[in-house]
Design a protein around this ligand. Structure first.
Ligand SMILES: *[C@@H]1O[C@H](CO)[C@@H](O)[C@H](O)[C@H]1NC(C)=O
Ligand SMILES: *[C@@H]1O[C@H](CO)[C@@H](O)[C@H](O)[C@H]1NC(C)=O
Length: 495
């Protein structure tokens, strides 16, 4: 009896225990299934609250966040409340329409630089671009030659001179020469927030002679030959007819806490155009005169950045061992085109929309080629790839009322009355099996209080290079390992 009762108690206990276990187990199974299902759903759609796509009025990251490491610079959108150019700390309403016009100008100039036409035509094209001789003095307006690129829209702070002075500059992977406005502004300087750099107040400033190999290198990089007098003169004309002309010089550069003596830069004496109130530009292309090349002894040609998803938050620009250290980036080969050695080429392989692979012939991507650029806003795809993306996206968004096109964006929706929307995911596939699962801020761009558009555009010519723009890079740490020949995307590195 005693044995029986204890055994039945044991049985009861065992049953209860078992039930608990089973329940526990099945609960776990349910939870797992739920997670798997949501993951699957997430794979096909982003359920996004529209308010999350709007920038806040104030910066959400404290200025100079304490997390910033050495060899790392805080990065912000030029026009947002986190911009140091925006001392009131309030959002400036910059016209998206103008941003898209500037973007198209930049893309056009990249397309004319990287011409995939037949070699004879491309040669003619290059000859044409180089005919105009440079101005014989820095004071004069530059001849219409040399590099033409619209400027980017993310800024960082660098130090120049000894003692060091801080300057707010746009950083640009699509150009090489670093320049800042420079006293005495022999020509004309536009107004900027920081005091204009004064070489005579620095003990380490030095002009570069126009007879030097360094000057010759500059000319081959910027494509402006010059008649030699004394000081090497640079000139850059950007696609929006902004320009900077001045002395090519050496000076002490400080990036975060790292100091680089004899850094070659442009001391801008005549600068005009749509630079906003930035002090200059940090060139992060691959040419020997770029910052990447000039700091290679310390940083090994490694850098990374994370572009925030709204203008009201900040990201970072990191150099050397800091680059790629914090995220588990997935890498794709970084390729060089000997005709366009300054640009960062990738291999785009395909596109998935809402989890489904689009049927796009490989030749579409091999014909165009693809570059990644920090200064182009909207990703440009070969015409066939874009039309496939657009029709799949429209299908996925068919339950939402469409709206008319906005500038270069032709797939728009009126989302008045919606708090959340379900947006198909867009995954760009690159060589080496690396996928970029584009953040929703890189899928939809808000163009008015109620209207949102697909943040991609198509090239008009199938031979024009595809450009992975900065909108689609947002929230990823983009790691440039130039020496290692690879480029990585690390998810959720900034907001
Ligand atoms: C640099 O060159 C310019 C133009 O030749 C000259 O006016 C200026 O004094 C030079 N600066 C230094 C520090 O040599
Ligand atoms: C860059 O690539 C090289 C070669 O693959 C590798 O040895 C190095 O660790 C990489 N650096 C970073 C920061 O990823």
């Amino acid at each position: 009896m005693a044995i029986d009762s204890s055994s039945s108690i044991f049985h009861l206990l065992a049953t209860v225990l078992c039930l608990v276990l089973i329940l526990g187990c099945s609960e776990k199974v349910e939870a797992y299934r739920f997670e798997e299902m949501t993951a699957k759903l997430r794979h096909q759609n982003h359920v996004v609250s529209l308010s999350s796509l709007m920038p806040a009025e104030v910066c959400s990251t404290p200025a100079q966040g304490s997390k910033i490491l050495s060899s790392q610079l805080q990065l912000a959108h030029k026009d947002g409340p986190c911009s140091s150019l925006n001392k009131e700390g309030r959002a400036k309403i910059s016209s998206l329409h103008q941003i898209l016009i500037d973007d198209q100008t930049r893309v056009k100039s990249i397309h004319s630089k990287i011409s995939n036409q037949d070699p004879v035509a491309a040669d003619e094209h290059k000859k044409k671009k180089r005919i105009a001789p440079a101005a014989d003095s820095a004071v004069k307006l530059p001849a219409n030659s040399g590099q033409k690129l619209g400027t980017g829209n993310f800024i960082v702070t660098i130090g120049l001179g000894k003692p060091k002075q801080d300057f707010t500059v746009v950083f640009d992977t699509g150009s090489d020469l670093t320049w800042i406005q420079c006293q005495p502004c022999v020509g004309q300087c536009y107004s900027q927030q920081d005091p204009i750099f004064n070489p005579s107040a620095s003990s380490t400033y030095s002009n570069i002679s126009c007879n030097s190999a360094t000057c010759a290198q500059l000319q081959s990089a910027t494509g402006n030959p010059q008649s030699c007098r004394t000081t090497c003169i640079y000139q850059i004309v950007y696609g929006d007819s902004s320009y900077s002309v001045g002395y090519f010089a050496t000076e002490t550069l400080t990036l975060s806490s790292d100091v680089f003596p004899k850094f070659e830069f442009g001391c801008g004496q005549n600068n005009q155009g749509l630079f906003g109130s930035v002090d200059g530009l940090l060139g992060l292309g691959r040419d020997p005169i770029s910052t990447v090349s000039q700091t290679s002894q310390k940083y090994g040609k490694r850098f990374s950045y994370c572009l925030p998803s709204t203008t009201s938050s900040t990201g970072f620009l990191a150099f050397g061992s800091q680059a790629g250290a914090s995220s588990s980036a997935r890498y794709t080969p970084l390729l060089t085109d000997s005709n366009n050695p300054s640009f960062y080429f990738l291999t785009m392989k395909g596109i998935r929309v809402g989890g489904k692979s689009l049927s796009i012939a490989q030749s579409v991507f091999t014909t165009s080629g693809t570059i990644i650029d920090s200064g182009t806003v909207i990703t440009r795809l070969p015409p066939a790839a874009y039309s496939a993306l657009r029709s799949a996206f429209r299908q996925g968004m068919s339950k939402y009322p469409s709206a008319s096109a906005y500038s270069i964006l032709d797939t728009c929706y009126n989302l008045a009355g919606y708090n959340t929307v379900s947006v198909p995911t867009i995954v760009l596939s690159f060589g080496g099996g690396t996928n970029l699962n584009v953040d929703v801020s890189g899928i939809l761009v808000q163009v008015s209080s109620t209207e949102y558009c697909l943040a991609f555009a198509g090239n008009s010519d199938s031979t024009d290079v595809a450009i992975l723009g900065n909108r689609q890079q947002q929230t990823f740490e983009v790691v440039y390992n130039v020496t290692g020949g690879k480029l990585g995307f690390g998810a959720r590195a900034c907001t």
